[in-house]
Structures are given as structure tokens and as C-alpha cells.
Design a binder for this molecule. Structure first.
Ligand SMILES: NC(=O)c1ccc[n+]([C@@H]2O[C@H](COP(=O)([O-])OP(=O)(O)OC[C@H]3O[C@@H](n4cnc5c(N)ncnc54)[C@H](O)[C@@H]3O)[C@@H](O)[C@H]2O)c1
Length: 325
């Protein structure tokens, strides 16, 4: 017997942090969660982008008055007009290594106030997921505002493209600092909060198709995303006794500002036109089109919901069939 009336209905009134939510896949996830009545804190390298995106979600008191609906292709295209995305905003090597190991290890001890959402709707905040002090300050800000949270969507990520033989240390570090360290730091903050508060929270990490299959010209990115799945599985096992679920999604070729940059780099590296690169992506996709951020967002909402209550440690492919495994 089900104890949820329809899929996703239990999301109403929950509170989520979405990293990298100012644009692209993160914005679609934030929009979809908000449409399900979730209050959303958008955390992004671009504070301005995060605040602007949060403002578009409405007042955070449920789906009926958010006015957000689905971001749609147009919304995503609009999102691409941010600072140009991570590569431009952070820059290779532009994200310093922070802090060293955790000081106390005691974690947050926020007092839960679930269910009281009045006067504390969606909001945006600046956060660099690759820096411990920035992550801790951002998560503390959410706790101060809401008293707790129920869902972490660790989605912020970056890419660069190069042949493995030409890769630089800077490219390697840039990808690993955001894609892998960023998952570690944000997941750790949420794990400490959930276990400290005795709260059965949910974590969903954005990995990639490149976390399942080594992607040419993206060896460093692939390695950083394979690591995300290893981390996701290990954390899922550690937190399962506390009732905290940890999963990942693995998108394919998704129409975002990251893809725009990649098509440009790839066309130069492979000596093809951008149109030929895009046609190649579609040819690799059995469902026959470029993926949208909303294709990913629906699956993430499902993973957050009680309909996925017996799923943990999974890396769910959302690729239109590019990879089946
Ligand atoms: N677009 C694709 O085809 C694709 C495919 C598979 C996986 N992914 C993954 O999906 C996630 C979202 O990618 P997207 O395509 O929406 O990219 P995007 O570049 O359009 O958006 C990424 C967002 O993350 C933010 N960000 C970057 N560095 C950050 C940092 N250090 N701290 C906080 N925020 C930061 C950016 O400001 C931006 O708002 C990434 O993890 C990416 O690796 C994307």
C-alpha cells in the first residue's frame, strides 16, 4: 500500500538547497522543486545570479502561487545570460583551496522547524562550493534563515575540454576542485546537519554520463565525475542507518551554457562545425534529440520524493538512452 497519494505530493513544504542553481540544470531543478511546493535556497558562485533566479521562483509558499512552472527552453536560454557560467566566472585555477580539514567535526546542530514556511521563502546566496569556508558560511546562512533543511541538490559543476596529452595541472585542479571537492564539502555539511538533527534528509548529486563512460577530450572531467559516484555510494552506505538517502543523476548532452562552451571547444579540437558536433550528440542519443534541463529536473524531484524512499547509492542515467547500464 502506498502512503503517498501521488508521486511528489510529499515534497510540499520541504526545504532544499540547490547549488549551481542560477542557471542551466540547477535552475530547472530549483524551478521544478518550487512547483512542487518546496522552498528553495539557490547557492551559486554568482550571488547576483542566485538572487535573480530565486526571485523568479515566487514567494516560496507552495506551487499554487510560485508562478514558476517549468523553466522551459526559453527560461534556460535566458539563464545562459549570466556571467557566462563557471568557466568564465571562476576561471581555471581561480578557485582557491580553502581551510584544510574540518576543525571540530561536530557539524551543525540546527533546531528543526519543519513545516513553518511563512515569511521565509526562496532566496539566493553566493557560495563557492570548492571552498570550505564559503560552503560553511552559506549553509549556516540557510540554517539561520530556515532553522533546518530537508534536501541538498549538489549540482554545481564546471568543465573544460582538452586532449589528455595536453591537459594542464590548472585544468585538472579546476575540474576537481568544483566537481569533486564541491560535492565532498556540500555533502559533508548536509550529512552533519541531517545526522546531528536526527533528520532523514535527502541528497542528490549531479554526476554525468561522463561518470559512467570515459569521455574523450574530457578525461579530467570524467575522472572528477567518476569520483562523484564513488563518493555517493560510500556516503549512502554510511548514512543509510540514519535514514538519509544519497543518490546521483547522470545527465547526457544537455542544452545549457556549459554545453554551448563545450560545443565551441569540441568543434575546434575535432575540426568540425558546431552544427556537426550537435548532430553527433543527437546521433548518439536513441531518443533522438538534445536533452533539456527539465528532463533532468523531473528525475531529481522523483529522487527527492518518498516515491524513491527505497533508493540510495544510485547513479541514475538520464541521457535519452546514450548509455544503458
Ligand atoms: N550540460 C550538460 O550537458 C551536462 C551533462 C552532464 C552533467 N552536467 C552537470 O550538470 C551540472 C550543471 O551543469 P550545467 O550544464 O547546468 O552548467 P552551467 O554552466 O549552465 O551551470 C552551472 C552553474 O554552476 C555554477 N557554479 C560554477 N562553479 C561554481 C562554484 N565553484 N560554486 C558554486 N556554483 C558554481 C555556475 O555559476 C552556474 O550557475 C554540472 O555539475 C555539470 O557537470 C552537465
Amino acid at each position: 500500500m502506498n502512503d503517498f497519494s501521488r508521486i511528489g505530493s510529499d515534497l510540499e513544504g520541504r526545504r532544499a538547497i540547490v547549488t549551481g542553481g542560477a542557471t542551466g540544470i540547477g535552475l530547472a531543478i530549483a524551478t521544478t522543486l518550487a512547483a512542487h511546493g518546496v522552498m528553495v535556497a539557490i547557492a551559486d558562485l554568482s550571488a547576483e545570479g542566485a538572487e535573480g533566479a530565486a526571485a523568479k521562483l515566487g514567494n516560496g509558499r507552495g506551487a499554487s502561487d510560485s508562478g514558476a512552472g517549468s523553466a522551459g527552453e526559453a527560461g534556460v536560454a535566458g539563464g545562459a545570460g549570466n556571467t557566462g557560467g563557471a568557466g568564465d566566472a571562476g576561471g581555471i585555477g581561480g578557485t582557491g583551496v580553502a581551510g584544510g580539514p574540518a576543525g571540530s567535526g561536530s557539524g551543525h546542530r540546527g533546531t528543526e522547524t519543519a513545516g513553518t514556511t511563512d515569511g521565509a521563502g526562496h532566496f539566493g546566496l553566493g557560495m563557492d562550493v570548492s571552498r570550505r569556508e564559503s560552503v560553511e558560511a552559506g549553509f549556516a546562512q540557510v540554517l539561520e534563515r530556515w532553522g533546518g533543511y530537508d534536501i541538498l541538490i549538489a549540482n554545481a559543476g564546471v568543465s573544460t575540454m582538452n586532449r589528455a596529452v595536453d591537459l594542464t595541472d590548472e585544468e585538472w585542479d579546476f575540474n576537481f576542485n568544483v566537481n569533486t571537492r564541491g560535492i565532498f564539502l556540500t555533502n559533508q555539511a548536509a550529512a552533519r546537519h541531517f545526522t546531528g538533527a536526527g533528520h532523514k534528509g535527502v541528497i542528490v548529486n549531479t554526476a554525468s554520463l561522463a561518470a559512467k563512460v570515459g569521455a574523450p577530450l574530457l578525461a579530467h572531467y570524467s575522472a572528477s565525475k567518476f569520483a562523484v559516484l564513488g563518493w555517493t555510494q560510500a556516503l549512502a552506505r554510511e548514512l543509510a542507518p540514519a535514514g538519509v538517502r544519497v543518490n546521483a543523476v547522470c545527465p547526457g548532452f544537455v542544452r545549457t551554457s556549459m554545453q554551448t562552451r563545450e560545443i565551441e571547444w569540441e568543434s575546434k579540437l575535432r575540426g568540425m562545425t558546431p552544427a556537426e558536433i550537435e548532430a553527433d550528440y543527437i546521433a548518439q542519443t536513441p531518443l533522438g534529440r538534445i536533452e533539456t534541463p527539465e528532463d533532468v529536473a523531473g528525475v531529481v524531484a522523483f529522487l527527492c520524493s518518498d516515491a524513491a524512499r527505497f533508493m540510495t547509492g544510485q547513479g541514475i542515467n538520464v541521457t535519452g538512452g546514450v548509455y544503458m547500464g
